[in-house]
Design a protein around this ligand. Sequence first.
Ligand code: NAD
Length: 302
Amino acid sequence: MKILVSDSIVEAGVQRLREAGFEVEVKTGLKPEELIRVIPEYDGLIVRSATKVTREVIQAGKNLKAIGRAGIGLDNIDTEAAKERGIRVLNTPEATTISVAELTIGHMLALARHIPQATASLKAGKWEKKLFMGTELYGKTLGIIGLGRIGREVAKRASAFGMDLVAYDPYVREGDVRDLGLKLLPLEDLLRYSDYITIHVPLTPETKHILGKRQFELMKPGVRIINCARGGVIDEQALYEALVSGKVAGAALDVFEEEPPKDNPLLKLDNVIGTPHLGASAEEGQERAGVEIAAKLISALS
Ligand code: NAD
């Protein structure tokens, strides 16, 4: 059987497919029409986020039996079209959990101590010690919205900093998370008590703008917000207004409603720091994702 790897994954993943007896071709950077032209040759396809597996690609893939996404989100794959043709779609939701959790903690520390702004100031030849007076995480309350894989890893790490933990997740029961030493609260209470709020929910119709104007109004003045989940779970306009009014002291964003952001006013504010959707971009996470997707594809095609 032939597999096309159309976005780069770790060599160990490609090797694993070859050892399992598959013929593997790595062709990255294919244009949509080139992908449609070559796809009939292949039984399996592995992508990351660059390749768009559209309905046209899926319909052209006459021999296609499985599509693997080395990563979590399936936004770049027309899963409906795949389902209609009986093609399995696989992903690796666990592989980058730690990578995202660590970036979240990094953002929280950067917000508390103004690390990005102080670096920029230092590099500009300034020595602004007073301006960058920070705060400790110790003793502060962290509100975690979404207590799945990433939310739980964030909880463990924040607990080591001596933070008090509260969480909102309507699909999790107290007994499931007893070992994390946190309290499950209704969302409104979490908003009222938290000094830091981090979001780890998928983007669904239910979670779209889970933080909007009304939710910002309920928050403690001076709260700091971290979003390493998906653009769209926060109403960016409402966040902008809350930052400008001073209700929210700072925000750290890895994800945006429009990516890459175009003239996003949030990025003009000094109290906003950000990264270009780097949550899963850690070598170890990518290594795991590449090897795991190869293993899943082997098992699906066997
Ligand atoms: P997960 O499925 O393990 O956890 C999601 C949690 O959200 C679940 O516990 C679920 O019960 C909860 N949830 C669902 N709807 C909710 C609601 N309305 N209110 C509160 N909680 C709700 O997913 P995960 O692996 O922890 O990942 C979380 C999110 O992180 C992903 O959906 C993805 O969008 C994002 N992510 C981002 C990056 C990045 O690069 N920044 C990388 C990987 C994942």
